[in-house]
Write a protein that binds this ligand. Structure first.
Ligand code: GDP
Ligand code: IMO
Ligand code: MG
Length: 423
């Protein structure tokens, strides 16, 4: 295991990052959430129980691993406390959780603004998760955000009063309900009282671990094609879920990063609006959705489903510098009779492997497919890549051949155990 191992989504999120993080964290000293907020939903299935984490790092279930929420995350304290309480009710002590003093706080006015902005986009909605993510990052970069260190300081009420008053003027302008200043502050002061003991100087803590030769797993949220810079803007999230966000969201320098695992599914899915060239808005997409239980972990929205797009995957491999692939839901795709794999685009009569998030370009690209045999059968007893049926190996080999990044993990089911670690 390298000093720092990174796990990133390669498509539009929900590729099964949680499962890979949980596995890697078993042998790590720390597991760090780096970007995003509770727009994320990372699922882990352990001992027949399903956990969906929105803010808590997916390594939390490994008692010896410090679970750190990094400075790049935006935190809704109410949601975080709910997650802590749920884990405690399940007899996890949550004494391995640490929260960066520099992480920003999602306030109720951010959630209200998120909904208002979507309304104002009229027919051009992004389809956000309505969790206040965009407005919280806006305040961070505009320098009027509230950090965890402010939330737990005596200054909190002064800063919060000023911000709420400002936002109330905006809500009044649009005829929206305003926030009650004092009760909002009181709620947040009660959250602060419960969270203050978790707050640490995360940069210092992370570097102490590295100085002692500790191993770290960095948990990306969202995915490459939702990246604010590299995704299909504006149908993106408001952070950098690509490799850069790992450095800025933790304070870890590039030289310490070893493996960068890109997580994907054996097909593709997306929630929210925006381009999706291999989408199957038809019976095939519906079948994949049902077989893969493709309903949002966070918003429960049905996910748009389609074939795996290797043009897009190659792009993610480029911008993230992927050293390995983790491919989940091989069991799910193997339930279909025939599988298609997008191995290029036809653009103005020519085959191309060029991906661009420019909507006009993408709308002119027609996926070129190769067809594979499905019906892989039961994969539950497959413990190595060689154990997989020939048909599954053919499909996986072709992906590797085109993307030129080795497959390191193969998901054969939702549980912790249902994963082949490729030696
Ligand atoms: P994340 O956001 O990337 O962590 O992914 P989500 O948790 O939102 O969505 C992934 C879904 O796929 C979850 O319901 C997982 O339990 C499930 N899952 C992950 N890997 C596999 C796999 O290999 N096979 C099957 N059948 N389900 C999987
Ligand atoms: P995980 O970490 C899938 C999508 C939303 C919307 C767009 C912007 O579980 O993979 P936002 O609320 O971030 O402003 O919404 O991004 N989105 C996700 N889609 N998985 C996620 O996270 C997502 N986080 C945001 O659906 O299209
Ligand atoms: Mg998810």
């Amino acid at each position: 295991m390298s000093k720092v191992n990174v796990v990133l989504g390669t498509f539009y999120g929900d590729e099964g990052k949680g499962k890979i993080i949980d596995y890697l964290s078993e042998n790590a000293d720390a597991s760090i959430r780096c970007t995003g907020g509770n727009n994320a939903g990372h699922t882990i299935n352990v001992n027949g129980k399903k956990y969906a984490f929105h803010l808590i790092p997916s390594g939390i279930l490994n008692a010896g691993t410090k679970a750190i929420i990094g400075n790049g995350v935006v935190i809704d304290p109410r949601v975080l406390l709910e997650e802590i309480d749920a884990l405690k009710a399940d007899n996890y002590p949550v004494d391995n959780l640490y929260i960066s003093d520099k992480a920003h706080v999602i306030m109720p006015y951010h959630i209200m603004m998120d909904k208002l902005q979507e309304e104002l986009r009229e027919g051009d909605k992004i389809g956000t998760t309505a969790r206040g993510i965009g407005p919280a990052y806006t305040d961070k970069f505009e320098r009027s955000g509230i950090r965890m260190e402010d939330l737990i300081s005596p200054n909190f009420s002064k800063i919060a009063r000023r911000n709420i008053t400002k936002y109330n003027k905006i809500f009044a302008m649009y005829g929206k309900e305003e926030l009650d200043v004092e009760s909002t502050i009181k709620d947040y002061e009660s959250y602060a009282a419960r969270l203050k003991d978790y707050v640490v100087d995360s940069v210092d803590m992370i570097h102490d671990i590295l100085d002692e030769d500790g191993k770290i797993v960095c948990e990306g949220a969202q995915a490459a094609l939702l990246d604010i810079d590299f995704g299909n803007y504006p149908y993106v999230t408001s952070s950098n879920p690509s490799i850069g966000g790992i450095c800025t969201g933790t304070g870890i320098g590039a030289k310490d990063i070893g493996e960068v695992y890109g997580v994907l599914k054996a097909y593709s899915s997306k929630v929210g609006e925006g381009m999706f060239p291999t989408e199957q808005n038809n019976e095939i997409g519906d079948t994949i959705r049902e077989l893969g239980h493709e309903y949002g972990t966070t918003t429960k929205r049905p996910r748009r489903c389609g074939w795996l797009d290797l043009v897009a995957l190659k792009y993610a491999a480029r911008i993230d510098g992927l050293t390995g692939l983790a491919i989940n839901h091989v069991d799910t795709i193997g339930k279909l009779d025939k599988i298609k794999l997008c191995v290029g685009y036809e653009y103005e009569g020519q085959k191309t492997m060029r991906f661009s998030t420019n909507s006009e370009y993408l709308s002119k690209c027609k996926p070129i497919y190769e067809e594979f045999e499905g019906n892989f059968g039961d994969l539950s007893q497959c413990k190595s890549r060689q154990d997989l049926p020939e048909k599954a190996q053919v499909y996986l080999n072709r992906i590797e051949e085109i993307v030129k990044v080795p497959i390191k993990f193969i998901g054969t089911g939702a549980s912790r155990e249902d994963m082949i670690v490729v030696k």
